[in-house]
Every structure is written in C-alpha cells, then in structure tokens.
Design a protein around this ligand. Structure first.
Ligand code: MG
Ligand code: ZN
Length: 222
C-alpha cells in the first residue's frame, strides 16, 4: 500500500517535471539540480561558480535556492547580482517538480542560459524527485565518509556529473580519494567528474567550462 502511494506521487511528480523541462527548453535554459549532504559545500560551490561565470561572460545564470527553513543561502547568492528565487520547503527534505514549477515564472527566463538549482541538503529523496532538470549534479566533499557511494547508490547512479569538493583539505585528512573514485566507478563510469576547492578556486574553471559546453550543445548560438 505505502509503496503504491509513493509510486503515484512519483508519477504525478514526473508529469510536472516534464512540463518544467519543456518550459526550460523553450527558453534554451540548461537546468542543473545540485544535490549533496548538508555541509558538503553546495552554496560555496554556487558562489564560486557564479563568480567565474560572470568573469568569463559567456553565459547568464539564474538560481533557485531550496531550503527547509531559512533564506540564508539565497542572501549569499544575491550579492552576485543574478536572478535568484528562494523556495522554502517548510520542513520537506527535498524539492519537487511542483515547487520548482511554481517559481519558474518569477525568474526572467529569457535572460538566463543556465539555471542552478540548489536542492535541500540530503542525499536520499532528492534523487527520487525529478524537477525537470537537464542533469543532476552530485556534490560530495572529502570531509564526508568514503562509504557514501555504497550507502547512497541511487544518487551516485543518477547524477550525470559529480563534483568532489574541499580538495584543499586533503593534506589534513586520511581521506582516500582513489577509493572514493573506484567506488563511484563501480556504480557509474560514464559520469563527468570534477575535483575542486570552491574556497581556493582550484579546479573550478574546468567545472564552469563543462557547464558552458553542455549549454552550448543544448542550444548552439546562431
Ligand atoms: Mg546551502
Ligand atoms: Zn525528502
């Protein structure tokens, strides 16, 4: 019974996600659903990403900030002068397609090339809920356990791209990044992967180039 109810919820969500996807496509927007544990550095990654995007000047960004209760992350993003809307999930531990669909029109869609959606900090149910994104971006920091791929295989399998963050801390940790990558490979080999420090900026340019490249493939400029 409970399984059936959940599958009906997911079916309804998938239909709304498809509507979001069509709307985003009609505006040539690449949408990235950024998923990771609390504290893995999603907002810091967004800040660095927006900084590099604005300096390179090739694409225009917009942001949706999902948060359970506060608007702190949205405030951190506002200083970059990009369009940002906040979704307060009022306790829900993930974003769903209806929440995202309800705020899309608050964004200037014709002035956005890439929509960066920061999901609620959680590796479990955000994986189940398609929001109409082009790709799920898994963010995992080197301060987390190396056993994350085995514990949360679904998101490791579904994410088209994975960003390993906080690499500047590696000299201070016993974290075995080769083991993490081997475990990630055992779940999904085709994933694009980046290792970076959003704090120092090391490795971040390549990540932004990937975003620009995928946007370009989606909507080649005339
Ligand atoms: Mg955050
Ligand atoms: Zn949830």
């Amino acid at each position: 019974m409970e399984v059936k109810v959940f599958s009906n919820i997911l079916d309804a969500n998938d239909r709304l996600a498809e509507q979001n996807r069509r709307k985003l496509a009609s505006h040539d927007i690449l949408a990235l659903n950024i998923i990771g544990s609390p504290g893995c550095g999603k907002t810091t990654l967004l800040e660095r990403t927006l900084d590099i995007i604005s300096k390179r000047g090739r694409i225009r960004a917009g942001v949706i900030e999902g948060d359970i209760a506060t608007s702190r992350d949205a405030e951190r993003i506002r200083k970059f002068g990009v369009p940002v809307v906040q979704i307060n999930t009022r306790g829900a531990c993930h974003l769903d397609a209806s929440m995202v669909g309800s705020v899309l029109d608050e964004l200037p869609l014709d002035k956005i090339d890439v929509l960066l959606v920061e999901n609620v900090g959680n590796l479990v149910c955000p994986a189940d809920f398609d929001i109409g994104e082009h790709a799920k971006v898994l963010v995992i920091s080197v301060t987390e356990g190396e056993d994350k791929p085995q514990k949360y295989p679904l998101i490791f399998r579904l994410a088209k791209v994975a960003v390993i963050t906080k690499t500047d801390l590696l000299p201070h940790l016993d974290f075995d990044i080769q083991k993490l990558i081997a475990d990630m490979d055992s779940i999904q080999k085709a994933q694009a992967r980046f290792r970076l420090s959003a704090r120092t900026g090391e490795g971040c340019e390549a990540w932004v180039e990937w975003i620009e490249q995928v946007r370009q493939e989606l909507a080649p400029r005339r």
